[in-house]
Every structure is written in structure tokens, then in C-alpha cells.
Design a protein around this ligand. Sequence first.
Ligand code: UD1
Length: 429
Amino acid sequence: MKKKIVIDGGKKLSGTIAINGAKNSVVALIPAAIMANSPVTLEGVPDISDVESLTKIIELMGAKVERQGDTMMIDPTGVKSVPMPYGIINSFRASYYFMGALVAKFGESVVGLPGGCNLGPRPIDLHVKGFEALGAQVDNNFGAMYLKTGEQGLQGTHIFMDNVSVGATINVMLAAVRAKGRTVIENAAREPEIIDVATLLNNMGAKIRGAGTDEIRITGVDELHGTRHSVIPDRIEAGTYLAMAAALGEGEGITVENVLYEHLESYIAKLQEMGVEMTIREDSITVHPVKDLKMTKIVTYPYPGFATDLQQPITPLLLMANGVGELRDTIYEKRVNHVPELARMGGNISVEGNRVIIQGPSKLQGASVKASDLRAGAALVTAGLIAEGTTTVYDVEHVLRGYDKIIEKLTSLGANIRLEDCEEGEYIG
Ligand code: UD1
């Protein structure tokens, strides 16, 4: 049954919410965990549909998975490299991590081409080039990627990434930890999630140095063992709630707990530039109610620059600011599916060439809108909270892929928001 989120907007919010473990980490940590030869326990695993899909996939491979709250115990001792079934593997992007994890563990893998958010073209050529440089043969047959190593297995090598890619950096790192000898990845992505994956792998017995810098050096090992690991907080989830807090906070404001300021510096700098006052502590941030929002310009870059994943969630806040603003996504130029929907809600916003132009302040009105992808969905939920009247967000399955207990969290802050089943024939996607 398709779901929708219904919001009666215009209500001010206050209180405290906590952030969950990072989606973009955990979708790599779970494939990494199956590379071990004994159980791996992950703490702080968010309850999101991407994790559900990953759990189903590794169970199909023979892993035993137990969940208690946000702790997940993965016993990979029975895992086999089985071809990944079509369907579930295409439901999210990070299924591509099974290519690196399985080829490292078994010398072969067959993985359907990944799906996930439609942000325009999302090639995986850098992943493939990395695997080939490590000595794997990679073939694309009927929508699935076939990887195979020769008898000697993967061999350490020197790889220069043409482009800064989170996925390719992690995938090549997964493969290289079991390659013979030393691998150097240059022009590596530096996202915190890469450090998180390297930390898990090192605790499993891998030898990775330099994760978090643009040069990662890996010495291959013969086996990986089980361990216990705590997932880092989700900086994108945190950024989404910080924008909502700046838009709607009242009274004592909104405190976001379990957030690492260091992971959000470029984002917080932008909020400050817009006139948002915050009290920043070791692992929480309080956003104080804002009087006047100043307009700004945002350009996204790889970490530590302004994250592409946060440009959509911050857009409704820009619509509340005074003046003409601009947004340019240098990572995914076509990541603008939220723009027409925000315009339907009364936002003075348009795409001009490779820029989104925003004229504020715009008064938003409730409307029926469609979440075309995860972060566009987050933007529409934020806009629905701000807007006068009722907003219905369709295709919210995208939102539920990445935001754990979003309804409960926003309700606890005082929002009037609910998740409902679509009526028969109400919405045809
Ligand atoms: C990851 C994140 C996603 C985020 C993105 C950029 C996960 C599961 N997803 O996606 O939320 O928006 O990083 O921060 O962690 N590229 C190529 N060839 C490749 C791979 C990428 O040209 O083989 C290009 C992409 O088109 C894009 C850029 O490199 O323009 C960055 O993409 P990448 O960092 O790989 O994104 P993902 O890992 O897919």
C-alpha cells in the first residue's frame, strides 16, 4: 500500500530530538560486515527501509541477522556469493558495495545495477576502473555486473580517481583490504562515512591508513574477523532538522542531539551567515528562534564543502529569507526535482541553467506534492511544516528510506504530521 505524509502546517516547534546512525555509513558497513569470518555487531543502526533491504539481501546470502533496538548482530559465517536477485538490489543505490565486498571475499560477485534516487546520471565507471586496476575482470551483462578475479586474486595497485566519488572510494577500499600487497587510492573522497567504514574494517583486522584524507593507503590482509562498532551520527539527517528548527523554532528553540559539529561545519557556517543563532556543544546543537533570515548563495562541493545531500533540505529555509538567492549543485546538476513542487506550494523558485534561483520571502501554501527522491522529500516535508494549510506528500517511500521515525520526531516537537495509507486510486505514481 502506497503511503503519504499529511501535514497541517504553520505550527511553531520546540523541544529536543536525537539523530540516528548515518544511513550512508550503514549501507556500506553492512556489506563490509559480511567480509568477516565471525560475527560483527553494529550499534546505532537506523530503522530505515534501506537497512531492511540490506538485511534481506545478506540473509539471502546466508548471513544470520539479529536486531535489538538499534543494535544489529550479523553472523556472516554461512555467507555465500549468490547472484543478487533483481528487484530488491535495484531499490537503492548502495547495493553496489556488494561488488567490492563479495569480490574481495570470494573472488567473484554478480550484482544487479544499482537503483536509488534519480539525481540525473549516476555512473559507476570509477568503481569498475578501480576493480579492474586491482585485477578483477568486470562485465556488464543484462543489467548485472559480473566480477571475477584470476587465480592469484586481487592485487594491490596505485589508483588515481578521475573524480571525487564517495561510492567508488569505499567500494575500492572494500576490495583492496583483501588484495595482495599495497593499494594507494589517490584523489579519494574524504567524507566522514569513509572514515567510519575504514574504522570498522581496521577493527576487523584490515590495514587502512589515511581515510578522511585524499590519499588512502591499504595493505591487504588474508582474513577479517568480527568486531563491535558504533555507527557515526547521520550528518544529513541532522542538517535536515537544523533547517526545520531554523524555520520553525519558538520559545527555547529546538535541540538536536547526537550530532557532530565537525561533520557539518560548512553547513553550520551557511546557517550562521543566514542569521541563525545556535548553541553548539560537544554532541548537540540548539537552534534559537530566528527573527530575520538573510538570503545567501550555496554551491555544493565534495566534503568538507557544502553537501549536495543538504541543498534540497535547506531550500525551504532559503524561501523564507529576504532577497534573491542562488543554489548550484556541482555534484548533481540535475538534483532539482523539489523545485517545481516548491513552486506549486507558492515558492518563488525556478531552475535557470545550472542554478536554482530563489526569491524570498515566499509565502508557502499547503498543496499536494510528490517526493521524487529522498532529499527532495525532506525538502517537501519541511515546506509542508512551514506552509499554511494542509500539505500531502506522495511517494514518501523515498523519505522512509533515509529518515528514521521522522513522524514521531516531528510530532514530539509539536508538528501536526501523520503517515497514512493512500486511498484506492488516490494516487497513481
Ligand atoms: C554518495 C551518497 C549520496 C551523495 C553522494 C555525493 C551514499 C550511499 N550516497 O553517493 O547520498 O549525494 O555520495 O556526496 O553514500 N561519479 C562518476 N563515476 C562514478 C561514480 C561517481 O562520474 O563511478 C560522479 C557522480 O556522477 C557525481 C560524483 O561523481 O557527479 C559524486 O558521486 P559519488 O560521490 O560517487 O556519489 P555516490 O557514492 O553514488
